[in-house]
Write a protein that binds this ligand. Structure first.
Ligand code: FES
Ligand code: FE2
Length: 443
């Protein structure tokens, strides 16, 4: 592999991560990537999906955890299970569809059928497998993942038998999930609409580092900011255009605004970024009739004080290391699927707050179009930068990537830390702390 120049890499990950810089191989090397799948994605708690995606018995959703295909399925007993999507006969996917409802899961190769709980139900011409087969049948169900857990309807799984509990792993970042669910007047949320998918030519870590990088918008998104500023005011009367243009303009705020926003970091690589929409907030403008109706509904459901408390939480992006980032107040989830050292797929989901005006969900979809769709004029700027990083890192000099912005000036804050200024790269260093802990030989 591409080892640090001060000697061959012997598996000692400490040599690849310094307090304020990381070795370039972390973004390019196949051996490192393979080890990340085994140790980072193989040991951390990973976001799988939301319970609303499998509302009724037989509903399923197929996804991947660290490259491994899994199925989230609701059984007849009402339980949601996360199972390896791999036939126990000779290894084919038992489910090749992404989502739907199934009476059972019948493998397309030799017809073994598995129940909604994963148990092996029937085997065509079973006698051919011999008289002992029946005794083995119980052990031939679809394998559950090593551990699974749920927090407020969000389903997680770990591919490791041991390690911290989900509760301990999430820690303080649970409050971002709370923020998302508490905003629902009915106390419930659901995945709604379609899924945006895109891939980019770059390492998976680049995206989760960028999500809370508060220096980049002024530069990376400069072209969309400048063209948005030139828009005729009429565009502000059209809901769809308004959200896109307002977001583009917001990206261009000066660095002192970003410095006052800040990112809060917690153990295990998690962080959230404050809200920077001082322009009456993007989707919660004080004069917005839809938002007013929503606020009234929330007050009716929760009382004035509680509603005020809920709406006073101002978070833009939350990152739950290592595979999901979300925007609680905009109701968008981005789930990361590493494909190779220099290729990553991202799936984007929108959520609906139950009990909120339907028009609010339309805003959610508009926001998804503006920010997260493959046609977004904002997202595509970021993807271009990831590709430029991939291309830049082909050069082997310098050997290290610099993560020193704000280094040495972190401020302890409750159960976590924040930078002494909002544009500190503290969240990236925090992610690498978790990365290093997971990547060590004995976790
Ligand atoms: S591989 Fe599934 S039935 Fe043979
Ligand atoms: Fe960006």
């Amino acid at each position: 592999m591409d080892a640090p120049s001060d000697g061959a890499w012997t598996g000692d990950v400490d040599r690849l991560v310094k307090p304020d810089r990381v070795h370039r191989s972390l973004y390019t090397d196949q051996a490192i990537f393979d080890l990340e799948m085994e140790r980072v994605f193989g040991r951390a708690w990973l976001y799988v999906g939301h319970e609303s995606q499998v509302r009724e018995p037989g509903d399923f959703y197929a996804t991947k955890l660290g490259g491994q295909p899994v199925l989230m399925v609701r059984g007849d007993d009402g339980a949601v299970r996360v199972l390896h999507n791999r036939c126990t006969h000779r290894g084919a996917l038992v489910c090749a569809q992404e989502a739907g409802k199934a009476r059972d899961f019948r493998c397309g190769y030799h017809g073994w059928a598995f129940g909604r709980d994963g148990s092996l139900k029937s085997v065509p011409r079973q006698e051919g497998y011999g008289p002992e087969f029946e005794k083995e049948r119980e052990s031939l169900g679809l394998r559950p993942v090593a551990r699974q857990g749920t927090y407020r309807g969000f389903v997680f799984a770990s591919l490791a038998e041991t390690g911290p509990s989900l509760d301990d792993w999430l820690g303080e970042i649970k409050s971002s999930f709370d923020d998302m669910v508490d905003r629902s007047p009915d106390g419930e949320i659901e995945v709604a609409g379609g899924v945006f998918k895109h891939y980019y030519e770059g390492n998976w870590k680049l995206y989760i580092e960028n999500v809370n990088d508060l220096v980049h918008p002024r530069y990376v998104h400069d072209s969309s900011t400048e063209s948005a500023k030139r828009q005729d005011r009429e565009v502000f009367t059209d809901g769809a255009g308004e959200i896109a243009v307002r977001q583009m303009i917001q990206n261009g705020v000066l660095v002192n605004v970003w410095d006052n926003v800040g990112t809060w970091c917690f153990p295990n690589g998690h962080s959230y970024m404050g809200d920077y929409h001082d322009d009456d907030r993007l989707l919660a403008k004080s004069d917005d009739p839809v938002f007013n109706e929503y606020r009234d509904t929330l007050v009716a459901a929760k009382g004035t004080d509680r509603a005020r408390e809920i709406l006073s939480v101002m978070r833009f992006n939350s990152i739950v290391y290592p595979n999901v980032a979300f925007m609680s107040s905009f109701r968008q989830f981005r789930v990361f699927h590493p494909i190779s050292p220099t290729r990553t797929e991202v799936h984007i989901f929108s959520f609906k707050l139950k009990g909120a005006p339907e028009a609010m969900f339309h805003d959610t979809v508009r926001f998804a179009n503006a920010i997260n769709s493959p046609a977004s004029q904002i997202l595509t700027d970021d993807l271009e930068i990831y590709r430029r990083i991939r291309d830049g890192l082909v050069s082997d000099a310098p050997e290290w990537l610099h993560l020193g912005r704000g280094f040495g000036r972190d401020v302890a804050d409750g159960s976590g830390w924040h930078g002494d200024h909002g544009t500190s790269e503290i969240h990236i260093r925090n992610q690498f702390d978790s990365w290093r802990n997971l990547m060590k030989e004995a976790a």
